[in-house]
Design a protein around this ligand. Structure first.
Ligand code: TXA
Ligand code: MG
Length: 371
């Protein structure tokens, strides 16, 4: 199929969460995109976290098309995107006080809530679960698209299954051109890692997937916050992560990634030794470094993903660098590690998952997954 690709400026559009605006720029493009969605087609769009692959959340055929376009197992539930708080009541059977507090604090924004679903949401959208994941993105292009569609939009990240999530329109074009009806190009995203997922169906908020909205931020609002163990380490035999998507080896670059943890200078030294050996053996290797360390590697393809003094820059660049290494055909990637404070927790989660938990502790025991 021919994919329509259109560039929109997010500066020209009104912010989400502020109610319907009278006049919106790009009326023809948005009307066309909305119509595609209402007729069961797919439109990729930017959000503040990563690009999403949208379809009508109330249409089970649209959900099937999303899984097919991504090449993704259909038991992995989708996040439902809305543009205004009022839409939520039609989708969920209960809004507990904890969810209200979270929405008040972080919507529109990079946070997804798990709530009990109403029957209008088909099983295809939720992978058969009785709960639904809902998010109100702050990106104005996303908000304008949801309003134009006049239906809630189910959207996973707009990458082929197993590839890093797209943070630029070019990534979406690479993965989805010819597979979906339309791609809205709103430029590079702001955050670069997927939303924080919080389960609100129990007594206290439980973080199922770390993101920009961090544990520390939640602890300012609640006495107790828990973290699903699947978001910090590998799941053991017979254990099931509460966010079904967390069981897959997500965010995976094609090359094997090894994460090195420990004191910064010792890490650099160890990576340098590994790279030297690989280069001697004729292997093409990539190194994920920081602004502070990028000049410490004489061999290998070195990319800084940001500054240690500002881990948000690291979050922003991580997926683009993983894709670049795929494009360059590197056979192995060695990565430094970053502070796990704030959004650093999410960076660590994506890096450890991309590595398949192949982690070398330079000053202690290392873990290697069973091959
Ligand atoms: O930032 C984001 O969240 C992006 C943008 C496009 O909004 N979307 C995204 O979707 O990351 P996706 O499909 O790549 O990840 C959705 C995650 C999966 O891990 C899935 O298992 C979990 O959300 N999830 C969805 N519904 C759930 C539910 N009812 N209960 C628990 N986890 C759920
Ligand atoms: Mg994804």
């Amino acid at each position: 199929m021919d994919t329509i690709i259109v560039t929109l400026s997010r500066e020209a559009l009104p912010r989400s969460g502020g109610g319907e605006e009278e006049r919106t720029p790009y009326p023809e493009v948005l009307a066309r995109a909305g119509e595609i969605l209402r007729l069961g087609g797919l439109v990729a769009f930017p959000t503040e976290t990563v690009y999403g692959l949208g379809g009508n959340a109330l249409d089970k055929e649209a959900a099937r098309k999303i899984y097919a376009a991504k090449g993704r197992p259909s038991d992995n539930p989708l996040i439902v995107h809305i543009a205004d708080r009022e839409e939520l009541d039609g989708l969920v059977s209960e809004v507990p006080p904890m969810a209200d507090r979270l929405m008040e604090a972080f919507w529109p924004g990079p946070m997804t809530l798990i709530l009990k679903k109403k029957p209008v949401i088909p099983d295809e959208t939720t992978g058969g679960l009785r709960t639904v994941a809902v998010r109100m993105p702050s990106d104005p292009v996303a908000a304008a698209l949801i309003r134009a569609a006049k239906v809630p939009i189910a959207a996973p990240s707009a990458n082929l299954s197993g590839r890093p999530s797209p943070t630029r329109a070019e990534h979406v074009i690479e993965d989805m051109r010819g597979r979906i009806e339309m791609i809205l190009d709103g430029g590079p995203v702001g955050i670069g890692l997927e939303s924080t997922i919080i389960d609100c169906t129990g007594e206290e908020p439980v973080i199922l997937r770390p993101g920009y909205v961090s544990r520390e931020m939640l602890e300012e609002l609640f006495d107790r916050v828990s973290v699903d163990p699947a978001s910090v380490g590998p799941t053991g035999e017979g254990e099931h992560p509460k966010a079904p998507g967390m069981k897959y080896r997500h965010y995976a670059p094609e090359a094997a990634l090894t994460l090195f943890e420990g004191e910064s200078r010792a890490v650099t030294e160890r990576i340098r030794a590994r790279v030297a050996e690989d280069v001697r053996n004729g292997r093409r290797v990539g190194i994920i470094a920081a602004d502070e360390t990028k000049t410490d590697y004489p061999e290998g393809i070195v990319r800084s993903i940001g500054s240690r003094r500002n881990v948000e820059t690291v979050a922003h660049n991580l997926f683009a660098v993983l894709r670049e290494f795929d494009d360059l055909g590197v056979e192995a990637i060695y990565s430094e590690s970053f502070s796990p404070e704030g959004i650093g927790q999410a960076v660590r989660n994506r890096l450890t998952k991309a590595s398949g938990y192949r982690i070398v502790r330079v000053d202690g025991p290392s873990t290697y997954p069973a091959e």
